[in-house]
Design a protein around this ligand. Structure first.
Ligand code: GLU
Length: 425
């Protein structure tokens, strides 16, 4: 398990679903959506809350609340990760599910949006307990999941092992090995080459494209990455590989800043034996939230929601913010960053590399034929580049931020399909 995602800092600004709605409203205005379609697109199709009991080693029973929200399936089976965290709640999962709908539409993959979560603290659970929770959650949602219905994936605090348990539990119930029911699986169990790195690779690709647009050479770019989990660590190493100078990183143990540059390879090796960044001596320790305000050119929030709020947005010094996490910037903060001329490459574009390679994994499972890493990365690069360029052009045409450009693109694609399909009654 990776626990290096920073915990949420401020959820008081507005709830994530409201934050999502506010951007949707602006996009809807540009698209001239009819009120009925507007209501239909914003409402989740299905919201499931299940109780997950497990028996502990001493015979006592612990009960957890868990969720799966299917936001929209107009484009295809719903797709989205499952997160394990103590503060998971329905509003957060609803917002994340809607973001998956727009995200899949932005990168033009034939999936709808969903998200799931279990309200638990994985740091306090053993592997055996995690397996029990995962299997019971899957069993409770057998009617929801399915390769042609709803396909989960990893998210905060879940990984390929958790996906393998989901796949196995589902397969036991349907009496056949069904790899395509979940993505982000281990490589030898139907996983795709390049899936683990895909979100970070996508972040790197859009960052390079954005830098190109503003004439910032990789060698001149100083980067701060918040969160050193799967997304943050891969983004940092790939940006480093491109010649950028990574000057700041962080995880649950706090921030680490070195204006002279951090040796990312050294950090990765350090993490392998230490699990967290605590004690890393290649940079000066700094408060995790203070790190966001340090001088840099590119800031990659790759931890959790609500990290850049109206409180710290006036102090952000980056030229570009690339959202590796889902919802790291609140709607209020968006406005401030926009007014200050800070360019934000929004989550539904910036971190779409993950679900894109999840789609490749699902396709490979269904074909029974597996691609080389080179093929996966080449296809990912093409999709990220084309999607970035479409969002950029729309934002320019409408004179709006890249965030609103991305919403216009995603919402329009879903709305068009809804119109053509019509409303079944
Ligand atoms: N959890 C990732 C996301 O938020 C991946 C979802 C998926 O691959 O289905 O985009």
């Amino acid at each position: 398990m990776q626990y290096s995602e920073s915990g949420p800092v401020s959820r008081d600004e507005e709830n994530p679903f409201e934050s999502m709605k506010r951007r949707f409203e602006v996009a809807a205005h540009y698209l001239d959506l009819k009120p009925g379609i507007y209501d239909y697109l914003i409402a989740p199709e299905k919201q499931v809350i299940v109780t997950v009991p497990i028996q502990m080693d001493d015979g006592t029973v612990q009960v957890y609340e868990a969720y799966r929200v299917i936001h929209n399936t107009a484009l295809g089976p719903s797709k989205g990760g499952i997160r394990y965290a103590p503060d998971v709640n329905l509003d957060e999962i609803k917002a994340l599910a809607a973001w998956m709908t727009w995200k899949c539409a932005v990168v033009r993959i034939p999936f709808g949006g969903a998200k799931g979560g279990i309200k638990c603290d994985p740091t306090r659970l053993t592997q055996v307990q995690l397996e029990k929770i995962t299997r019971r959650y899957t069993a409770n949602l057998l009617e929801i999941f399915g390769p042609e219905k709803d396909v989960p994936a990893p998210d905060v605090n879940t990984n390929s092992q958790v996906m393998a348990w989901i796949m196995d539990t589902y397969s036991m119930h349907v009496q056949k090995t069904e790899t395509a029911v979940v993505t982000g699986k281990p490589l030898f169990l139907g996983g795709s080459r390049g899936r683990r790195e895909a979100t970070g690779r996508g972040v790197m690709l859009v960052t390079m494209r954005m830098m190109e647009k503003i004439g910032l050479a990789p060698k001149e770019a100083r980067v701060i990455v918040q969160g050193f989990g799967n997304v943050g660590s891969v983004s940092a190493s790939l940006l480093h590989e491109q010649g950028c100078k990574v000057v700041g990183i962080s995880d649950i143990s706090g921030g680490y800043y070195n204006p002279g540059g951090i040796d990312v390879k050294k950090v990765i090796t350090y993490m392998e034996s230490h699990k967290t960044l605590e004690g890393f001596d290649g940079a000066d320790p700094i408060d995790g939230m203070e790190l966001l305000k340090q001088d840099c050119d590119v800031l990659v929030p790759a931890a959790r929601e609500d990290q850049i709020t109206s409180k710290n947005a006036p102090d952000i010094r980056a030229k570009i913010v690339v959202e590796g996490a889902n919802g790291p910037t609140t709607a209020k903060a968006d406005k401030i960053l926009d007014e200050r001329g800070i360019l934000v490459v929004p989550d539904i574009l910036a971190n779409a590399g993950g679900v894109t390679v999840s789609y490749f994994e699902w396709v490979q499972n269904r074909m029974g034929y597996y691609w080389s890493e080179k093929d996966v990365n080449k296809r990912l690069k093409r999709i990220m580049k084309e999607s970035f360029d479409e969002v950029y052009r729309l934002a320019k045409d409408h004179n709006v931020s890249l965030r609103i450009g991305a919403y216009i693109l995603g919402v329009d694609r879903v709305a068009k399909v809804v119109r053509i399909r019509g409303i079944y009654a």
